[in-house]
Design a binder for this molecule. Structure first.
Ligand SMILES: [Zn+2]
Ligand SMILES: [Zn+2]
Length: 220
């Protein structure tokens, strides 16, 4: 409750220029999305088609155009770690602006957030992002993936367990080859989460799988 009040009372500052009002003002929004170059979530090489010419991946296409640095990093961090829930709509607008047109029968599939992170934040940040994006695109958002912690080995170290948790997905139902399933995530570091999710959707019957991600972690 405390953080909800704080979000209402405290004014928002633009993550890019510090202007009071929104977490990202309109001029900065346009500046950040002026030039769109898609990157492969795995190797970060630029591509124009959604398909990387070098990587073999278990999905048909993936679009990710923004680098997680500067204002974008600031915005994502406020959303994930400072409980700025209102950033969901802005990040969805960024995703909407940087993702090509999807087929009309596309189903939006959020990457399920790890339970301790939902408890920490008070919301499932990726679900919020996916819902806002689906609304913008007038598409259906469906929580088809869930976390399968039973596959996480109890004997492993805490670090190993957390690592296994990241990729332990299950699909809640059989899927149809008629639809396109678009996986949504906020950040990609290695592309491993998207690939793990895509494999699970494919096993459940999906044949057309794409991904849209707000930002990629730059290679350090
Ligand atoms: Zn600004
Ligand atoms: Zn690649």
């Amino acid at each position: 409750m405390h953080h909800i009040l704080a979000d209402i009372i405290a004014p928002h500052y633009c993550c890019h220029c510090d202007t009071i009002g929104s977490l990202l003002c309109d001029p900065c929004f346009h500046e950040l999305t002026e030039e769109i170059i898609f990157r492969c979530p795995v190797c970060k090489q630029p591509h124009t088609s959604g398909q990387c010419q070098t990587c073999t991946v278990p999905y048909d296409a993936a679009w990710c155009a923004l680098e997680r640095s500067g204002a974008i990093e600031n915005l994502i961090n406020r959303f994930k770690f400072e409980r700025a829930q209102s950033a969901a709509a802005l990040l969805a607008r960024l995703l909407h602006t940087t993702t090509p047109t999807l087929p009309p029968d596309t189903i939006i599939v959020p990457i399920p957030t790890i339970a301790p992170h939902i408890r920490q934040r008070g919301y499932d940040h990726c679900l919020l992002l996916a819902k806002h994006f689906a609304t913008q695109r007038q598409l259906t958002c469906s929580r088809l993936l869930y976390r399968d912690y039973n596959s996480v080995q109890l004997g492993a170290t805490r670090h190993q367990r957390l690592d296994q948790m990241k990729y332990a997905f299950r699909c809640s139902q059989s899927l149809s080859a008629k639809y396109t399933y678009c996986i949504i995530d906020d950040v990609t570091t290695t592309g491993a989460t998207i690939s793990a999710a895509a494999r699970v959707l494919h096993s459940a019957g999906a044949r057309s799988i794409v991904a849209a991600i707000v930002a990629y972690q730059p290679i350090s």
